[in-house]
Design a protein around this ligand. Structure first.
Ligand code: PEP
Length: 255
């Protein structure tokens, strides 16, 4: 990783796990374990857990994120959460376009773009997820798809807003499956994402953007994945629910 230009970001994605009281307990357990991190440490938690997470993380190096954001400012959108609501709650990061949202909740490249814009326009850092299915990989579409998803997600994002964008390359076949991409596959996928950013914004801009890998990253494989030049951190699902495992990944990214 080009540490001279990019700082690693390790972000947990808790998905639909942990109640508010469990959130407080887990963050209190994590705080001392990640206190010396030489990377950014983020926990993206369910909406209901955000107040507890912000409170528990106060005074520590842990930043709190949400797992989604709606693209309208307010209105008749039952069950959705706006940028203003997240801002007031103390959120700094927002996950956008996770494959579970694309698969189960009808998220499209267009809505991912709208949510990305809502996030960056409100001053959050958007962690935008892209990734191919196993079928798409086997058909040889990985590069085309990653570049398309990346460019679609960033449509109308201004060059000066790129500092508020992280792209997470998450092969769908590796998420929550225990199957991890090899370090070479992760590096290659992240490289395609960076190439897409270079095509849209130029090489210098692309060099500065943090591109994470996500998909069954854990305490055992983090070192190997994070050593790769294009892997600037990780989006961590399952392993972010265990304080010690998460802290080992944070330490791997701090080397
Ligand atoms: C994720 O939720 O983004 C993820 C990568 O999950 P896991 O680490 O469990 O595969």
């Amino acid at each position: 990783m080009k540490k001279s230009v990019r700082k690693a970001v390790i972000a947990g994605n808790w998905k639909m796990n942990k109640t508010p009281s469990e959130t407080t307990a887990l963050i209190n357990e994590m705080k001392p374990l990640v206190a010396d991190a030489d990377c950014d440490v983020v926990l993206c938690v369910p909406y209901i857990d955000i107040p507890a997470a912000v409170e528990a993380a106060k005074g520590s190096n842990i930043k709190i994120g949400a797992e989604n954001i709606h693209f309208k400012a307010s209105g008749a959108y039952t069950g959705e959460i706006s940028a203003d609501m997240l801002k007031e709650a103390g959120v700094e990061y927002v996950v956008v376009g996770h494959s579970e949202r694309r698969t189960y909740f009808g998220e499209t490249d267009q809505t991912v773009n709208l949510r990305t814009l809502a996030a960056v326009n409100a001053g959050f850092t958007a962690i935008v997820c892209v990734g191919e299915t196993l079928e798409q990989r086997e058909l040889g579409y990985t590069e085309t798809l990653l570049k398309y998803q990346t460019k679609m997600a960033l449509t109308n994002v201004k060059p000066e807003q790129l500092k508020n964008v992280i792209i997470a390359y998450e092969p769908v076949w590796a998420i929550g499956t225990g199957v991890t991409a090899t370090a070479e596959q992760a590096d290659e996928g992240n490289g395609y994402v960076r190439a897409a950013i270079a095509e849209a914004y130029g090489a210098d801009a692309a060099e500065a953007v943090t591109v994470q890998y996500g998909g069954s990253m854990n305490a055992k494989n983090a070192d190997e994945l994070l050593e790769k030049v294009n892997v600037d951190g990780g989006l961590i699902g399952g392993a972010s629910l265990k304080a010690e495992d998460f802290s080992i990944i944070v330490k791997a990214a701090s080397k």
